[in-house]
Design a protein around this ligand. Sequence first.
Ligand SMILES: Cc1cc2nc3c(=O)[nH]c(=O)nc-3n(C[C@H](O)[C@H](O)[C@H](O)COP(=O)(O)OP(=O)(O)OC[C@H]3O[C@@H](n4cnc5c(N)ncnc54)[C@H](O)[C@@H]3O)c2cc1C
Length: 328
Amino acid sequence: MMLKDFFMALSQNQLLNSAAKKYGLKLGAQSVVAGTNIDEAIKSIKELNAHGISCTVDNLGEFVYKEEEANEAKEQILKVIEAIHANNADAHISLKPTQLGLDIDYSFCLNNIREIVHKASQYNMFVNIDMEDFKHLQPTFDLLDELSMEYDNVGTVIQAYFHKAQEWLEKYQNYRIRLVKGAYKEPAEIAYQDKKDIDANYIKLIEWHLLNGKFTSIATHDHRIINHVKQFVKKHNIPNDKFEFQMLYGFRKDMQLQLAKEGYNFCTYVPFGNDWYGYFMRRLAERPQNLNLVVKQVFNKKTNTILGVAAGAFILGRLTKDQKKKRK
Ligand SMILES: Cc1cc2nc3c(=O)[nH]c(=O)nc-3n(C[C@H](O)[C@H](O)[C@H](O)COP(=O)(O)OP(=O)(O)OC[C@H]3O[C@@H](n4cnc5c(N)ncnc54)[C@H](O)[C@@H]3O)c2cc1C
């Protein structure tokens, strides 16, 4: 738990984040981030498509507080949509409202996302609004409510760690929904803290949504949950076109290919870009073994904690060095 908190804290460190942006893909991030530019992302998407896997593409970035940065992110996502279309790739968009200005101004953010959803709608492309921390949950639902008055190619995510997840799922059941366990640190008053409670709620939500006959995106790397879903759909004669499994790029690659090979719809979440730091630290927080990605060949599992500290220290060290250089 301590390690989890440590990485969560690192994930929100602005200083480390901006340092990481400058130094490119480091610390093993390159194995879970599909490159730094659109061309590299498209290449990865086409490779996955060749295995019958569709993709949802995330132009990395979050918690943006400057209008010009949010505008840049919007322009970049519009280019991604064009590139997906031009390359005839089987892919859609995932985006984070805080990257598009939710913390600056709600209407500004709405207009940015509207432009993206509008462009995507011209190519029949779906746009998923990722769900961030609790502070942004209600405004994200509000964005969805407003956008869905004009467009039907937009949906969001329900996080099973929230006590109210079932209530929200029922309310938003008519949208395309991705079900996840939840990636942020939330207080016990509003969210389950124990893995077994989160897992139990997650399974409950999946079963409810599947039985409700709605298309369900089940986004997890948890083989126990995946096996449970396989049994459940079989027992209830739920056809394969009513659900898909989703996993993050670079994680459990063999299982991703295997599920696609078994005939299940499979969608890989493909993040790309320089703003990888927060995303990567959350991946380390949820599964410290992911530290193996950092320097897999050199260290063994026992040194994971040391590596965690090393990850932050590495970037901090580079930053300090850089600042010293500037001062000189
Ligand atoms: C496609 C996708 C989209 C997401 N979108 C959002 C979002 O919008 N908002 C949000 O809050 N969260 C999102 N998440 C993150 C999600 O909420 C979880 O934090 C994350 O997926 C970790 O939980 P898990 O379900 O994968 O299983 P965990 O509880 O992390 O793992 C369960 C078990 O699975 C096995 N396992 C897990 N990973 C591995 C691995 N790499 N190798 C081997 N075994 C493994 C282990 O046995 C582990 O104990 C998304 C996740 C995915 C996959």
